[in-house]
Write a protein that binds this ligand. Structure first.
Ligand SMILES: [Zn+2]
Length: 526
């Protein structure tokens, strides 16, 4: 055999380095004998030289490189999901998810396109050279490119990449969160000053999005950038703040609030010995320039959802020992992703997104409750999801529907663990709403809603009624209907928890029997 690679078969198709007298000899196990009966394929290798060490990287053809070999060469740890074959590469605070059949690679929460789809051969993933160069190398600060004639990457260490920042200021009572989204993870030094809070990045060159911006926020008056720092100016004296980093994507969250913070919306103070109350995040759909659907009488979906959310903030704690946090408590725009980010950050038990339905068919009526899936359960559900996934971007409307393999992978990680509970919650809400809206059961449905993607708790989306239907628009605008919807949802939550945390339930719970309802009365006409 000499210095030629030897081949052995392992159950787990991974590459193992054996050191023999200082020379790295590769015993690879990439071949699946059952798939390749009677054929021995000599494995070819390229090399990555990084930090003075040479690492072999298995080749497939001339230009596809073993993803796990390249990742390990650059110091990433590699884990594999045995059911999907998807690899997760972790290192330096970053996470890369690689699956076969796609050229879109999720890196933290960004997506990087590579020149060719990743392929799976004998259970190992292979990717083109630019996967190594565009995805992996920047994460570890490596520079260099592949020399095909030598089958070699001889890599050097790059000077630190500039740190570009994006800023979002979101008031989530009782605090305001200033989110600084970072292009790379970076060391930061926070300090409280007399008039605000300062973050300094000592190791990086900053690329700020602006020099100064003023905010209409209860706590934050302005954010300013200088050569190596950001200063958050408080609206009033006596406020305080704390900073903490989050990954996926890399960002720094600065929470600004009163030193003795006012209780959040709807908070119920538990008795001293009680366990922490259940935290429900209620998301009033749309807001700001995004009006959502508009009814024939002029009602904006965004206004209805906020009114309903406020009613829920008081109705839920009456039915269930719980605390309710709203993703917005004013007519403000929040991105779809930031809505679940609030819930994830608050470690909420449930996420509830509120909407009003719309249809070209004037007769469409009734309530619908959805939970997440990549495939809509029917064509109407698909249309509802497409409409709710539209957001204003710049001057136009953009569709941010999940739909690629990539989103599936991201979603799968976050939401799949909660699907059963999400469906149970959706069912409880829909049963209660059927009684309130006195409509036939439109049923619980599944559809790919962007706002539910990434929620790390049971999450549902409620379309309370059809704002496009003139009769239902009137109901949506009425305090009586809003209150009965809020109470129906609160009852459903109490039912949901009666099987999990019965001691938290504060109301008597008759089991609804929607099938035995009296015939639907005709809507009253003026
Ligand atoms: Zn909506």
């Amino acid at each position: 055999m000499g210095s030629r690679p030897r081949f052995e078969f392992f159950a787990n198709a991974s590459t193992i380095l054996l050191r023999s007298g200082g020379a790295a000899v590769l015993a690879a196990a990439l071949l699946l004998p059952l798939l390749l009966p009677g054929r021995a394929i000599a494995q070819e290798f390229a090399s990555i030289v990084w930090k003075g060490e040479s690492h072999p990287v298995a080749l497939s053809g001339a230009s596809a490189f073993s993803v796990p070999d390249a990742a390990r060469a650059l110091g990433f740890s590699v884990s594999r999901d045995d059911t999907t074959g998807v690899l997760t590469l972790s290192g330096k605070g970053h996470r890369v998810v690689v699956g076969a059949g796609t050229s879109e690679v999720p890196v933290d929460a960004r997506v990087i396109s590579i020149s060719r789809a990743v392929s799976s051969e004998g259970g190992t993933l292979f990717a083109p050279a630019d996967f190594v160069e565009k995805v992996l190398m920047p994460l570890v600060g490596a520079t260099g490119s592949y020399v095909a004639g030598k089958r070699l990457w001889a890599l050097g260490e790059a000077t630190p990449s500039p740190l570009s920042l994006q800023v979002a200021v979101v008031h989530v009572p009782p605090t305001t969160q200033v989110v600084l989204r970072q292009s790379v993870s970076a060391r930061f030094v926070p300090s409280l000053t007399e008039t605000g809070f300062t973050i300094r990045w000592p190791d990086q060159r900053l690329v700020p999005p602006f020099a100064e911006r003023l905010y209409q926020d209860p706590f934050v008056a302005a954010v300013r950038f200088s050569a190596d720092s950001a200063a958050i100016e408080f609206r009033e004296p006596g406020l305080t703040a704390r900073a903490y980093p989050l990954t996926g994507p890399d960002r720094l969250v600065i929470e600004v609030g009163r030193a003795a913070a006012a209780p959040p919306v709807g908070e119920v103070t538990p008795p001293p010995s009680a366990p922490p109350p259940i935290l429900i995040v209620v998301d009033p759909g749309h807001g700001g320039a995004e009006t959502g659907a508009i009814g024939p009488g002029g009602l904006n979906e965004k206004d209805f959802t906020l009114q309903l959310a406020r009613r829920l903030a008081s109705a839920i704690p009456r039915a269930l020992a719980s605390r309710v946090v709203l993703t917005r408590d004013s007519d403000s725009a929040i991105s779809l992703d930031d809505r679940t980010a609030v819930a994830n950050h608050e470690k909420a038990s449930l996420f509830l997104s509120l909407h009003a339905n719309s249809s070209r068919s004037a007769g469409a009526h009734g309530s619908e409750t959805y939970y997440l899936s990549l495939e809509a359960s029917d064509k109407l559900g698909e249309e509802v999801a497409r409409r709710e996934n539209q957001v204003l971007q710049g001057s136009g409307v953009a569709d941010v529907s999940p739909g690629s393999d990539l989103d599936f992978i991201l979603w799968d990680l976050a939401q799949s663990a909660h699907l059963k509970e999400s469906s149970e919650l959706a069912e409880a809400i829909q049963e209660e709403l059927n009684i309130v809206s006195r409509t036939e059961n439109r049923g619980i449905k599944q559809a790919p809603f962007r706002v539910l993607v990434g929620a790390t708790m049971p999450a549902v989306l409620v379309e309370a009624a059809f704002i496009s239907n003139a009769e239902e628009e009137k109901k949506l605008n009425s305090a009586v209907f809003q209150q009965s919807v809020a109470e129906a949802i609160a009852r459903a939550l109490a039912r949901f928890y009666s099987r999990r945390t019965p001691e938290a339930v504060r109301i008597a719970l008759p089991t609804p029997t929607p099938t035995s309802l009296a015939p639907t009365p005709s809507p009253r006409r003026p």
